[in-house]
Design a protein around this ligand. Structure first.
Ligand SMILES: *Cc1c(COP(=O)(O)O)cnc(C)c1O
Length: 380
């Protein structure tokens, strides 16, 4: 039987060339071949984040560890942090901040919305070392206006940390131009690599804030001070060791970064947007409502859809039987009322039409209306 199509918001389908590279014999971490692979990968990531002045960190761990990598190095006990709250992963960020001793203020909004600039400004006015924003909250599908929040934070001298786990390499994001200090992600979302790597891009203001710390970083493994010379050494094509890198995963990431930069970020963002528009048109034609309330709040990397009247979570089992894996709800108050479809990475229109077809089969719709509407939008 054909392998089912993985259309959850991470992990995602991985290109066969990336898997092939990952399965090659493991190199030594200081071999000249691996030094070249890792060095080129780190440099390539600056293009992916649109951060020519960024310092990249790639360390074994999931996206959550990337969150901790950002927080542990910037926060000292007692620092104030403002969290733009758009769902599950904002709460996680608040937890990580609290764990590292921050005084956290969350600025929230109703599910499907993002907090107003006025509300965020009111919190920043009280003083904050850091403002955190989840670019795309994977629990709600809400895409936050990162650029506007970042401009606001700059006025109040707060560092901007963006959780880009479900966004980087899929959703338009220009770290330097938007003046975001730190952006983080994991390998298994729009970077289209198997899970296992935490990525952080830190710009000069963040590195300076780290260097100005008065207290040591509480986590040994997450300490930028220990990793920075290592990342720099790989970029300088020199051997270095602090803790063994995930050699095979880094090779896979390097291959994917090469593919991403061959496509080009502008083209890649445009492809994701076009695919997202086609998928959303297909879902609308099937009468499925989205959680984000307005068009500009809707992520391009995933779509979150309420079950129609009289339909429950068993729909996902029927869709799975039709060959496509989708994800259930995650946001507590509506958890059982919706499902999530990831469409990031290497997908083309074919995968999205197959997904819509499986949803139609699950719903018992015979008209092909979703597939047709998606085709129509795609061919516009
Ligand atoms: C997936 C995700 C995370 C967590 O990543 P893990 O790899 O599961 O630890 C954090 N933030 C966002 C926005 C995510 O989508």
């Amino acid at each position: 039987m054909q392998k089912s199509l993985l259309m959850i918001p991470g992990p995602v389908e991985v290109d066969p060339d990336v898997l092939e590279v990952m399965g090659r014999p493991t190199d030594g971490h200081t071999s000249s071949a691996f030094i070249e692979t890792f060095g080129a990968c780190l440099e390539g990531l600056r293009d992916v984040f649109a951060a020519p002045d960024g310092m990249p960190f790639v360390i074994a761990g999931s996206g959550t560890f990337a969150m901790e990598l950002a927080v542990a190095n910037l926060i000292e006990p007692g620092d104030r942090a403002v969290v733009v709250e758009t769902g599950y992963f904002s709460w996680r960020m608040a937890d990580v901040l609290t764990r590292h001793g921050a005084q956290v203020e969350q600025v929230g909004a109703e599910v499907g919305h993002a907090p107003s600039l006025e509300d965020v400004e009111a919190a920043l006015k009280k003083g904050a070392k850091v403002l955190t924003v989840t670019h795309v909250d994977t629990s709600t599908g809400v895409c936050a206006p990162v650029k506007d929040y970042a401009a606001l934070a700059r006025r109040y001298n707060a560092l901007v940390v963006v959780d880009g786990v479900c966004a980087v390499a899929g959703q338009e994001f220009r770290q330097t131009e938007w003046d975001v200090d730190v952006c983080l992600t994991g390998s298994q979302k729009a970077l289209a690599v198997p899970p296992g790597l935490a990525l952080v891009m830190a710009r000069p203001r963040a590195i300076e804030a780290f260097k100005a710390r008065k207290t040591p970083v509480a986590s040994y493994y997450a300490d930028w001070g220990l990793w920075l010379p290592i990342m720099q050494a790989y970029m300088d094509r020199k051997p270095a060791y602090f803790a063994t890198p995930a050699v095979n995963l880094v090779a896979a990431l390097a291959e994917s970064v090469k593919q991403i930069n061959a496509e080009g970020m502008e083209a890649r963002w445009a492809r994701h947007r076009r695919l997202s528009n086609a998928f959303k048109a297909g879902a609308a034609a099937l009468g499925l409502d989205q959680i984000p309330v307005t068009e500009d709040l809707r992520a391009v990397t995933l779509t979150t859809l309420y079950f129609p009247e009289g339909v429950d979570g068993s729909l996902l089992k029927r869709i799975s039987a039709a060959g496509v894996s989708l994800a259930g709800g995650l946001y507590p108050t509506i958890k059982t009322r919706y499902f999530r479809v990831g469409h990031m990475g290497v997908n083309g229109i074919g995968e999205l039409l197959r997904t819509l077809s499986a949803i139609e089969q699950g719903l018992g719709v015979q008209s092909g209306a979703g597939v047709a509407a998606a085709q129509q939008e795609w061919l516009k």
